[in-house]
Design a protein around this ligand. Structure first.
Ligand SMILES: [Zn+2]
Length: 397
């Protein structure tokens, strides 16, 4: 029974009102006197939006809070993957402790939900994902964590991985991942047939990393489309990054977007500054579900990133060349409602009856809030305060 009277807030930067929360859900908007014994919070005329969502991150990788990880290595994808797999234990990246730091950081900055890819490979078996499962339990009531069983090192080139994915799905990973079927496995049919068979067997959605650029990535997307049709998985597949959609061929990209719309394939973007990224406004026009994510932050792959979805909204906005207010509002949509659309979260939103997962923002308007990236005055999860002024109620380990 979590009740709360949240006073003096502006839903989606509209007129000021109070929000009455009962049993962890939004009961009513209006002007209310506090009931006896009911906790009260004053929102100070802040904007209130539904909780921010990191719909693409890697909780198992960050070195946050550890000694600085010096990195002067070449930035080739396969080498980054192999270096991490071979060295993560020696570096001291404890999956449970580091995922706690990463997730609490996201909560402190207003996130209420996470979709995290977690590495599964023959070197580590399920030990990494077990650490994240532990984090998920400890953070129940603070932030919801959905886990993607992620074969980062490849499926076909890493014998034993398919069996581990099968076991991870059996034990409770909600989503099945994949990665660059051409670039990493050099066997697109092999990887895609394997992961679609596993997804069908366990009745789970797929969220596949696709860094492949240009025509190679477009080719892989077409192979994915074929398998969505063949397996009846319309609305059950997401493509993360989808760098091929950033290629400089307007008609080819348009054809791919038509297929994404027809098959209701969702896209996750991080606004990666070093890559060709999909145009979020073009995807919006086509009605594609689009969520956003921080991806890896401060890990062996690279030093950049913050556990902050408003910071990420700014990066996505800058990378997409957005400057109109309504475009910035859309970027905020991507890191909130957009993530919920991709993850198909029930009860998410800012209407009566929705779960009271709320984030307060400072600023005159939504666009102003995206540009400012100021500390969030208050974060509420299921009617309970989980963070104030950028500080989570739970300390990082
Ligand atoms: Zn990723």
């Amino acid at each position: 029974m979590t009740n709360l009277l949240l006073r003096n807030v502006r839903p989606m930067a509209g007129d000021s009102c109070d929000i009455l929360i009962k049993d962890g859900k939004i009961a009513a908007f209006g002007q209310f006197a506090p009931e006896p014994g009911m906790p009260v919070e004053d929102g100070g005329n802040s904007i209130v939006i539904p909780g921010l969502i990191d719909a693409h991150t890697h909780l198992d990788k960050t070195t946050w809070g550890m000694p600085w990880h010096e990195n002067n290595r070449a930035a080739v994808l396969r080498e980054r993957i192999d270096f991490e797999r071979e060295n993560r234990s020696a570096i001291g990246i404890d999956p449970h402790r580091q995922s706690m730091r990463h997730a609490i950081g996201l909560a402190a900055h207003g996130a209420t939900h996470i979709r995290s890819h977690v590495d599964i490979d023959p070197t580590h078996g399920l030990s990494i994902v077990e650490g994240i499962w532990e984090t998920r339990e400890k953070l129940r009531g603070i932030i919801d964590i959905e886990i993607v069983a992620f074969p980062q090192s490849g499926v076909v080139v890493m014998p034993g991985t398919a069996e581990l994915l099968d076991e991870a799905l059996r034990q409770g990973c909600e989503v099945l991942g994949g990665i660059d079927p051409c670039g990493i496995d050099r066997d697109p049919k092999g990887q895609l047939d394997t992961i679609f068979a596993l997804a069908v067997k366990h009745q789970r959605p797929i969220d596949i990393h696709l860094h492949e650029i240009g025509d190679l990535g477009a080719f892989t997307m077409e192979l994915i489309f074929e398998r969505i049709r063949a397996n009846g998985m319309r609305g059950k597949v997401a493509i993360s990054h989808a760098f091929a959609l950033g290629m400089n061929d307007y008609l080819r990209v348009g054809k791919l977007i038509d297929e994404l719309a027809a098959l209701d394939v969702a896209i996750l973007t991080t606004g990666a500054p070093s890559a060709t990224v999909p145009s979020v406004m073009r995807l919006k026009e086509a009605g594609i579900r689009v969520g956003g994510g921080c991806d890896g932050i401060r890990d062996t792959w690279g030093p950049w990133g913050q556990p902050d979805m408003l910071d990420r909204a700014k990066i996505i906005g800058l990378k997409n060349g957005l400057r109109k207010d309504r475009e910035l509002e859309h970027v905020l949509h991507i890191v909130s409602q957009g993530g919920a659309d991709v993850m198909q979260i029930e009860g998410y939103g800012l209407q009566t009856g929705c779960t009271a997962d709320l984030t307060l923002l400072t600023g005159e308007t939504l666009a102003h809030a995206v540009v400012d990236v100021a500390p969030r005055p208050l974060v509420i999860k299921g009617g309970r305060v989980t963070a104030r002024q950028g500080q989570a109620v739970m300390d990082m380990p």
